[in-house]
Write a protein that binds this ligand. Structure first.
Ligand code: SAH
Ligand code: SF4
Ligand code: F3S
Length: 471
């Protein structure tokens, strides 16, 4: 373990995963060369998807073969999300369903990791009602995974690690899936404490990876044939602040843009309170950064934005959009919206609809507010009934569908570069993404997968574009 940054009394430790190699070898020896299968099921955001690829990489290194089949698996991990109640209920239901599988195959090891398992209340629930769960790992316990698995296999005892620390892991074996796109986490945690959100409680404070480590990973991915990289963090615009950098994210973007072979760069999420002019200008002047910005709004009401602790208002948000569109007239903007925040009135909701119509988002990710115990919003009284909130949600989707269709319609006749991801469900039809991350389907064969192709858009639908290869 080495201390890489001591700044303003904040100590961020970097743990080199190579230190776990001896334990990983020991676990491999325990499996005695017998084929054992492992399954990691992921819930939640891209950062969790990226963590799961690391858990899979570690399992492969310890001798496991990956499978999608729960019946076949000797090791099952649920990498969980706590952001909304529905995701939590689904996981608990799925853990319950594993009971009979474990009864049939006693050597099966069951683990839960990720944001749900970081919570004390979940640990209590598992202890009380799910005796078949062998391992609970919090969001900062990945370095301890090989030891925990060894303890479960050898001592046949349950292992729990929900330690809170400010560590960043490097050199973690990762199961990059071999596709043309990859996620790269550039920072962990969140300092913002939006009043509805559980993330800062379960993911801890912001910790940035070193710029060298991020560049090294992106370079390695480029060598493996990855064409598109999405840089991940809860608030990428504050990348490097914990290391004393100003404009750390703009600098990082500029450096990733220089890597040979990386043809497209995206990033998320971008908190409006922290996005700098420099980031927008690096985007506009870069060769490879897609002119696409995910800029979560959450609500269009100034009153609600204040109560949500978002630290910007409509005016500030619109001024960012304005600046960005002046620099990049073709910019595609997407956002996150919460409907039914406790104090939301009809008037507040109409302010949100008004923002949708003003900004004209290419698409939105919309969520009905879910109460998270321990957050300030959990104590607030509701101003609307469940029925009213449902109806608002439907109205929001309908307004946005019209906007998405209108924007897609404008693409008809355009020639766009798309990155081909694979065959679609329809025979002979490829599925790809344009710079705006919109799906473009067109006729073609497998030889185009992983390539950037020029396609003429022939027809717009609400969610996807249809095209044909340009001759
Ligand atoms: N860090 C990102 C968001 C991560 S969570 C950002 O600030 O943009 C992804 C989205 O989930 C949030 O943008 C928000 O729209 C939604 N979300 C978070 N907490 C929620 C809650 N309690 N109920 C409903 N949606 C929530
Ligand atoms: Fe949650 Fe806000 Fe942090 Fe995003 S910025 S993870 S919404 S607290
Ligand atoms: Fe969910 Fe954790 Fe991501 S709560 S949204 S998996 S950071």
């Amino acid at each position: 373990m080495s201390v890489v940054n001591v700044l303003f009394l904040v100590i961020c430790m970097t743990i080199d995963f190579k230190e776990q190699e001896i334990i990983m070898e020991r676990v491999k020896a325990l499996l005695k060369g017998e084929e054992r299968f492992a399954l990691v099921e992921t819930y939640g955001c891209q950062q969790n998807v990226n963590d799961s690829q690391k858990y899979e990489g570690i399992l492969q290194k310890m001798g496991y073969t990956l499978t999608d089949d729960r019946e076949k698996a000797d090791f099952i991990m649920f990498n969980t999300c706590a952001v909304r109640d529905r995701a939590e209920k689904k996981v608990l239901g799925n853990i319950g369903a594993l009971k009979h599988l474990k009864a049939k195959k006693p050597r099966m090891v069951i683990a839960i990791a990720g944001c749900m398992s970081q919570q004390e209340s979940v640990e209590k629930k598992i202890r009380a009602s799910y005796p078949h769960v062998d391992m609970i790992l919090g969001t900062r316990a990945m370095a301890d995974f090989p030891r925990a698995l060894e303890a479960v296999l050898v001592e046949k005892k349950r292992v729990i690690n929900r330690e809170e620390n400010d560590c960043v892991l490097e050199n973690v074996p990762t199961n990059y899936d071999g596709g043309c796109k990859a996620f790269v986490s550039i920072m962990y945690g969140c300092n913002n404490f939006c009043t509805y959100c559980i993330v800062p409680y379960v993911r801890g404070r912001e910790r940035s990876r070193s710029m060298e480590a991020v560049i090294e990973e992106c370079t390695l991915l480029a060598k493996r044939g990855v064409k598109e990289i999405t840089l991940l963090g809860q608030n990428v615009n504050s990348y490097g602040k914990d290391m004393g950098m100003t404009e750390g994210f703009a600098t990082l973007l500029g450096e990733v843009d220089k890597i040979d072979g990386i043809e497209r760069i995206r990033f998320m999420s971008s908190h409006p309170k922290d996005i700098s002019d420099e980031v927008l200008s690096v985007m506009a002047n870069s060769k490879h950064i897609c002119h696409q910005l995910h800029l979560p709004l959450q609500s269009g009401s100034d009153k609600l934005l204040k109560e949500m602790n978002r630290v910007y208002n409509r005016e500030k948000y619109l001024s960012i959009v304005d600046k960005a569109k002046k620099l990049m007239p073709d910019l595609a903007i997407t956002t996150d919206i919460i409907v039914g925040f406790p104090t939301e009135t009809e008037e507040d909701f109409e302010d949100t609809l008004d923002m949708l119509k003003t900004v004209k988002y290419d698409s939105i990710f919309s969520f009905i507010y879910s109460k998270r115990e321990g957050t300030p919003a959990a104590k607030m009284e509701f101003a609307a009934t469940e029925e009213e909130i449902r109806a608002r949600f439907d109205r929001l989707l309908s307004v946005q569908n019209d906007i998405s269709y209108e924007l897609n319609k404008k693409c008809e006749g355009e020639v766009q570069e798309v990155l081909v991801e694979g065959m679609s469900k329809e025979e002979g039809i490829l599925t790809s993404r344009n710079y705006a991350n919109k799906i473009v389907n067109f006729k073609g064969d497998e030889s185009l997968v992983g390539k950037i192709v020029k396609v003429k858009i022939t027809r717009a639908q609400t969610w996807i574009l249809i095209g044909e290869v340009c001759g």
